[in-house]
Ligand binder design. Sequence first.
Ligand code: ZN
Length: 401
Amino acid sequence: MALRAVLAYGAMHKSVVAQERVSGIGLTKEELQRYSRHLIMPEVTTEGQKRLKAARVLCIGAGGLGSPAALYLAAAGVGRLGLVDFDRVDLTNLQRQILHGTKDIGRSKLESARDRLHDTNPDIEVELHECRLSSENAVKIVADYDVIVDGSDNFATRYLSNDVCVFAGKPNIYGSVFRFEGQTTVFAPQLGGPCYRCLFPEPPPPESVPNCAQAGVLGVLPGIIGMLQTIEAIKLIVGIGEPLIGRLVHFDALKVQFRELKLRRDPQCPVCGENPTIFAPIDYDQFCGARNDDASVPAISVQELKGKMDARDAFELIDVREPFEFEIARIDGAKLIPLGEILERVEELDREQTLIVHCHSGRRSEQAVRLLKQRGFANVHNLEGGIDAWSDFIDPTVPKY
Ligand SMILES: [Zn+2]
């Protein structure tokens, strides 16, 4: 029993930060004061704090999950914090992306994040990677870091970050949120657990999984999941506790319930299995079907729609969003038929007429176009970018949500 405890302690106490790097680190008088609440814990002490200072953590995304993660990692004294993002701060972000403030609207998320993080802790280095993480740049970016916190919101980036972390032998801390629920785990095949592909060998069909912009998310939810990811990062760096390797924690905010699921490695996994077949990044947009090269869904731009309206062309505009969305914002003349009702109300539509279908961002309407084509509608088009693009490029008086 005692031996087991000692062995377990030894196994747990392996930091992911190379000891050579930690040895060269000292703490200033100011730092001793700043981190005093850490230092007085026997599990951390100055040794653990030096590991944090020596550590390099990459946050993929400076959004809902990346906000709390980056803020707490900075506050905890992680010496080098990398951020990957390409977006600008938008008013709809502020309900959950607490790295950014109202004054930052329109600014690059990374610049806004850097200012906020340096305010929290001027002693840390913040490295900005202003780009979309891609098959071309991911291996190089990830190489500089000890731990990766994946705060991405799409499947293509999740598979990409998983794969490059497996190639590089780095732990990838996964988090995802949906409405009132979220989940997190640590993917680290090199430490005995599965990777993302072990659980999900194939991505879901793109139209089957709505993102936060379509399904909504309680603003505080990514806060909780992002902080759980941060705790895992800190544990891996300091070398304490039991990391969430091979375990997935699911949180339900409405029930205030945490559930734990055991995860297993798949020996057939194409990246971390016994006979891997993938050794370098692939084309993730194609793999996840994110690219709109589906010729079966003809598309029309908001500018083309405006042209048709101005020219008084004959067509019918169908809005496949939900009634509460129609209440928030609508395009004049659109007929509301929610996606879930489109097949039972198909007789309301004129097969001879040109149909233009729109939704919030263009994904539900794409699915509606597919369904209508399967029912024999020949002249049906998807409005690219949905009412969001209409508001951006044609009519700014249409509220965005
Ligand atoms: Zn795997």
